[in-house]
Ligand binder design. Structure first.
Ligand code: ADP
Ligand code: MG
Length: 699
């Protein structure tokens, strides 16, 4: 069978050693296989031939058919250029090249028919086509629909005439070479059930589509395949884990849960909370280790769900642990949980980096004997010195901030891996969740507790500060509290700190009657806690802070969130910050303050924030604006997105199909040994070898 990966690109007609070296270095094209998988980034309709009379300087790429009347060189040094006066009988345009003059004059002849392709610009009153593609008219294959592929090339490649057109020719040559069908990379079953094109047809049509419909089908097939193998890898890994580890069985719901539910729960659960709790209970009783992602917008009541899940663990004789990304959050969780459990006989301890000495010893001891029932903490709980008597459930708040490695580390804390519940308030679009956390099941709390008023979001330019302060004074006079947040990004931490300090001084001066507290990441934990406490207790009316308050802080009386330099925040971050207000019964406000000049992207972000309160809508918009590679959390998580053709922002439906097919394969052949699927497993191994660096998360 034809194995394209064995065919060195050097031997393709027209390439040779020099160009092959360049193709390898600049575009990672080493073999025919690489070449055929070097997909066009766009297609240009070449079916229409324009006349020179029609042209103006305001057109996209067009093509002309005509002859070169004469050549001329002009200019000196870097301005030296070759001009070909080109006519089709309706007028004359200048074709201009700044490079390769000798080569070009040797190659093209006057008074011969050429098809010229380029973008018209007007220069010195004449129409120019700079660096056009030019081919003998009888050689140009105008495909029936006239779609021409365009390939990315680097400057270095272009300088050696390895432009898009050259790649196109190589691909055409390579395709001629393929006489028999290429070995399939998907099974006949999958191809049939999803109506997918064969690999050979897809590769032909992705480069030279015979119609827009075949182009669509070719793209569909190749995207599907890409997504399928990512999912197959993830699901296979999950299956493997399930085969090796059994989960603790939490068979009963007992005293702790029931007492809490009957006597301590200060309100009734929302329908969404009930549904999610049922999903969790089913997992915990199944004998399978739970790995569940709990998504819910800020303020949707995830903490309560987490607590009740922990009580089930306790009822079955196990300990539970809640891990939060910051000290502030961890201590807030510990406090919330202690007050909710009030006089119940449950020992809750807080373990962070700043818990030291005797106190720490006592906690560690209590964990070993099983006296500590619930441990709340930062990543300090994952340290090697921390051992549990019987850790049954781990809850991780804000997974984004923990690497997958840290998650895995908690498993080693008891004989068997505990159940894991991951909570995130950054709603992750479904498509991304399936790729990032593909080994997790997903539960969603899609309902806020009753009585919440949606936050009103406004955009204000920073030169209107006085009116902003007036609104603040009004709110403060009504007994409300205000957050003012400044951006803090690592590279310019010093400048940001200066902004924050200046802002703080400014606010203190503008609000002489108010107490203003200040929190940022450079503070010592004790100092930070003290300042936080001022705000939580209501002694301070205004808090000036960096994004350290982004996650979890809960002050229901705070009703105004002012975000300075809002243009410097991503959408998800803005939404997170906004979630700090709107937690009480009063109408809350979020004010996005920006400079006057805004980029198009920023304008869109602000507009979405003003329009929508829906975390999922915002997350989807974020994904579309920024692309998945930039999305918060994807960098830390260790997955590099190496998708060549599929696009997570737009191919959600295909991803869903791909996942269903992959799931079916893994279910039918859990040990990856059936000859029926041998083809798929072989292909998966080959891909993993190819992408070793990028797929590292999964193994
Ligand atoms: P999240 O962690 O999802 O952002 P929290 O668990 O911190 O949300 O809950 C936000 C607030 O809503 C808390 O003050 C919590 O006590 C309250 N809350 C949670 N569930 C309910 C409910 N069912 N009814 C009323 N209030 C609730
Ligand atoms: Mg929370």
């Amino acid at each position: 069978m034809l194995d394209l990966t064995k065919w060195d690109i050097t031997y393709l007609s027209g390439v040779g050693p020099q160009r092959a070296a360049l193709l390898g270095k600049e575009a990672s094209i080493f073999t025919l296989h690489d070449l055929l998988y070097y997909f066009p980034y766009k297609y240009v309709d070449r079916s229409r031939i324009y006349t020179i009379r029609e042209l103006n300087g305001n057109m996209p790429y067009i093509q002309l058919r005509g002859q070169i009347l004469s050549f001329e060189t002009a200019g000196e040094g870097r301005q030296r250029r070759l001009i070909a006066h080109f006519s089709d009988g309706t007028g004359v345009v200048d074709l201009v090249w700044f490079q390769g003059i000798k080569y070009l004059t040797g190659k093209y002849k006057v008074r011969q028919d050429y098809i010229v392709f380029g973008r018209p610009t007007v220069f010195g009153g004449r129409i120019n086509l700079a660096h056009p593609d030019i081919d003998p008219a009888d050689e140009v294959q105008l495909s029936p629909i006239g779609l021409q592929p365009y390939y990315n090339t680097t400057e270095k490649m272009k300088r050696s005439f390895l432009n898009s057109h050259a790649i196109e020719k190589f691909v055409a040559t390579a395709l001629q070479f393929i006489k028999e069908p290429l070995p399939e990379t998907l099974t006949p079953d999958i191809l049939a059930s999803r109506h997918l094109m064969s690999l050979t047809d897809a590769l032909r049509n992705i480069h030279f589509p015979t119609s827009t419909e075949t182009l669509r089908r070719a793209q569909c097939r190749l995207k599907f395949e890409e997504l399928f193998y990512v999912q197959l890898d993830i699901l296979r890994y999950t299956k493997e884990r399930q085969r090796h580890y059994r989960g603790y069985v939490f068979a009963r719901v007992g005293k702790a849960f029931n007492d809490f539910y009957s006597y301590h729960l200060p309100f009734s659960l929302t329908e969404a909370q009930k549904r999610v709790l049922r999903e969790i209970r089913r997992d915990l009783g199944s004998g399978r280790q739970m790995n569940r992602l709990l998504q819910g917008d800020v303020g949707s009541g995830k903490t309560l769900v987490a607590l009740m899940s922990m009580l089930i663990a306790l009822d079955n004789g196990y300990q539970a642990c809640l891990m939060a990304p910051t000290e502030i959050l961890a201590s807030q969780h510990a406090e919330t949980i202690r007050s909710l459990l009030a006089d119940m006989d449950i020992r809750v301890e807080l373990l962070t980096g700043s818990v030291k000495g005797k106190k720490r010893e006592a906690i560690l001891q209590g964990l070993l004997t099983g006296d500590v029932n619930i441990l709340v903490g930062t990543h300090a709980v994952a340290e090697d010195t921390v051992h549990f008597a019987s850790l049954g459930l781990v809850v991780i708040d804000e997974q984004h901030r923990f690497g997958v490695a840290q998650r895995a580390k908690l498993w080693t804390k008891s004989g068997q891996p505990p159940h894991v519940l991951v909570m995130t308030a950054t709603p992750i679009p479904r498509t991304l969740a399936m790729t990032l956390y593909g080994d997790l099941d997903v539960s969603v709390i899609d309902e806020l507790p009753p009585g919440r008023k949606p936050v009103v979001t406004l955009h204000q330019f920073d030169n209107r500060r006085e009116s902003l302060y007036r609104s603040m004074r009004k709110q403060i006079a009504q007994g409300r509290q205000v957050y003012i947040v400044y951006p803090l990004i690592q590279e310019s931490e010093k400048i940001d700190l200066k902004n924050l300090e200046e802002g703080y001084e400014h606010v203190c001066a503008a609000f002489p009657d108010c107490r203003v507290c200040k929190v940022h990441g450079r503070m010592k934990p004790a100092e930070k806690d003290e300042q936080m406490q001022l705000f939580v207790s209501g002694q301070a009316q205004i808090m000036v802070a960096t994004t350290v308050i982004e996650v979890g802080v809960n002050v229901p009386n705070a009703s105004v969130m002012i975000i300075e330099n809002a243009e410097r925040f991503g959408l998800s971050q803005l939404h997170q910050l906004r979630g700090r207000v709107g937690r009480g019964a009063d109408q809350s406000f979020c004010i996005l303050v920006t400079g006057y000049k805004l980029s198009e992207d920023t304008r869109k972000r602000i507009e979405i924030m003003v329009r929508s309160n829906d975390g999922f809508e915002i997350a989807e918009a974020d994904l579309k604006l920024r692309g998945p590679g930039d999305l918060e959390g994807t960098q830390q998580s260790g997955i590099a997105f190496n998708l060549k053709i599929a696009d997570l922002a737009h191919d959600g439906q295909l991803l869903q199909y791909a996942r269903e097919e992959a799931q079916a394969v893994v279910d039918a052949d859990p040990s990856a040994s059936s000859p029926r699927y041998a083809l798929l497993w072989r292909q998966l191994r080959a891909l993993r070898k190819d992408n070793a660096a990028n797929w590292s998360l999964i193994s």
